[in-house]
Design a protein around this ligand. Structure first.
Ligand code: ADP
Ligand code: MG
Length: 498
């Protein structure tokens, strides 16, 4: 069945998009993949370059065991096949920021094979993206064109840094799905600690492959595995934010549809996304594509992993997002949606679990994911640095649970807590924000109101729904502190309803 929400309407009928992503994730390692040079952000140009990275004659690469371990960990986190034997190849191309003249990568035999990622839609429902492979490779250096009007400078600090390239199958069908997939992969990597996931620094970025086809064609591809059912794809290089990923895809799919509807053919090529114009433009076409002349790197032996070592890594994995989500649902009775929001960051889930001890879990989750999350975003802080601690939220939730304050007053209390006025209980006491459940006081207010508004009282007897007006007046008279349940009960009794 065709999911109509995925259809794009063109002049000649409906279209669908097909998306496959290659995510480049920088390994969270202090040293490079084949040299001992440091990896770090913010060093001066060429301060982190060893003779190996600079490709001095006679230098030999030595594989960094830690980086291999991170790749294996990541593979396990992606529920993927770990290949006990893999190898490194040379991918040859000439570029000023690549002093070796080739990049060491894994072409034929990657360290990680097929896996899968379960991804959350915005509404909490899920879909699966199949992983094709994960391989290790070196990053290149950086050409600096803006230092001198007449010259290009080269900074090799990044040259040789370890990257994990995670290649998906073409399983995403909308720009929102592509962004959600990158988010989920990022979350898994950050949980594993194998990549810091910092997209602004380019430590996680994606090449986005886009094609369009008519409804039904994708299903045929899935049945047969035959790519000829799909349209010709274009690859948009190095997109490093969720918003850019979505914008690039939307633009690119439209561009391809227009070409085909005008009677033309999409040319397979590499394109760049220009965020200032929100469009993609050609970088190089397939005709001028590099002939990489891959061949096994003779300087490196095949990478052979000890199954016991892999098993030890597997046994040491932390609780991963999907497992945590399932546990939060079963242990605390949270919805898939709430649990899904909490697990997007490990620290947020930890914060919740700490605050929810002995408290109403749903209520606690709401305060953590709504009010607190919004405030932290507003002040640009991570939950790790939250000025309000789990115990503070727990205290607030306790007051609501005990009926001392209403949820509405709780928002006011929260604002004061955020402003540093102290703990929830102290604020409630100091400001006299306790809910008025004292029947005597409320009875008096209600009697006065009925006496002063005989017309309204008569109307309510005719039409009981109109009681809301009186509830509103009581709230007003008590500054929002009346217990709504008590007010309703008393009103019904005094007005002779039911
Ligand atoms: P290359 O090495 O040339 O980039 P791959 O076969 O490794 O080619 O594919 C790269 C990415 O392109 C993968 O993520 C794959 O899922 C995706 N892809 C392949 N064909 C299509 C297509 N027709 N539409 C969208 N994505 C595609
Ligand atoms: Mg590619």
């Amino acid at each position: 069945m065709t999911d109509t929400s995925k259809l794009i309407v063109g002049r000649t009928g409906s279209w669908e998009m097909v998306l496959g992503l290659e995510i480049h994730a920088q390994v969270a390692s202090k040293a490079k993949l084949f040299s001992g040079a440091a990896v770090g952000f913010g060093a001066g140009p060429n301060e982190q370059v060893s003779l190996v990275d600079a490709a001095m004659p006679g230098m030999l690469p030595v594989i960094n065991r830690f980086c291999v371990e991170q790749a294996v960990k990541t593979g396990l986190g992606l529920k993927a096949q770990i290949n006990l034997r893999s190898s490194f190849d040379r991918k040859n191309y000439f570029y000023p920021d690549l002093p070796q003249g080739y990049q060491i990568s894994q072409f034929k035999d990657p360290v990680v094979g097929e896996g899968e990622v379960i991804v959350e839609h915005d509404d909490g429902s899920t879909f699966t993206v199949r992983i094709e492979r994960l391989h290790l490779e070196q990053d290149a250096g950086k050409s600096l064109h803006d230092q001198d009007p007449n010259a290009t400078y080269v900074d090799l600090n990044r040259a040789g840094t370890a990257l994990m390239e995670i290649v998906s199958k073409p399983d995403m069908r909308s720009s929102a799905e592509a962004a959600a997939y990158v988010k989920k992969v990022r979350t898994i990597l950050v949980y594993l600690g194998t990549c810091d996931g910092d997209m602004e620094k380019g430590n996680l970025r994606a090449d986005v492959n886009v094609s369009v086809c008519r409804p039904g064609a994708y299903e045929k591809f899935r049945e047969t595995g035959d790519f000829s059912h799909l349209g010709t794809r274009c690859e948009i290089k190095n997109v490093n934010s969720y918003r850019y990923i979505q914008q690039a895809i939307e633009y690119e799919a439209r561009r391809q549809i227009e070409i085909i509807e005008d009677g033309g053919k999409v040319v397979q090529e590499t394109r760049l996304f220009d965020p200032s114009k929100i469009e993609t433009r050609s970088m190089r076409s397939k005709e001028e594509a590099h002939d990489y002349r891959y061949f096994p790197d003779p300087d490196l032996l095949p990478l052979v992993l000890d199954p016991a070592w892999v098993k030890r890594i597997e046994d040491s994995l932390p609780e991963l997002p999907d497992a945590k989500k399932a546990r939060l649902q079963s242990q605390y009775g949270l919805s898939a949606y709430d649990a899904g929001v909490l697990i997007t960051e490990q620290a947020r889930a930890d914060f919740f679990e700490e605050a929810a001890k002995g408290r109403d879990a749903k209520l606690t989750s709401n305060w953590v994911t709504n009010e607190l999350a919004a405030r932290l975003t507003g002040s640009g802080q991570d939950i790790e640095d939250s000025p309000l601690k789990p115990a503070d939220i727990a205290e607030l939730v306790a007051l609501i649970e005990e009926g001392v304050i209403s949820s509405k007053i709780a928002k006011d209390v929260f604002d004061r807590m955020w402003a540093g006025e102290g703990g929830a209980r102290a604020i409630v006491e100091k400001q006299g924000l306790q809910q008025v459940s004292d029947t005597g006081a409320l009875e008096k207010i209600i009697e006065d109101l009925i006496a002063a508004n005989p017309g309204q009282a008569a109307a309510v007897v005719e039409k009981p729904q109109a009681v809301g007006w009186f509830v509103g007046q009581v709230m007003k008279a008590t500054g929002g502190k009346a217990n709504p349940g008590t007010v309703n009960q008393l009103l019904k009794a005094k007005l002779g309803l039911e």
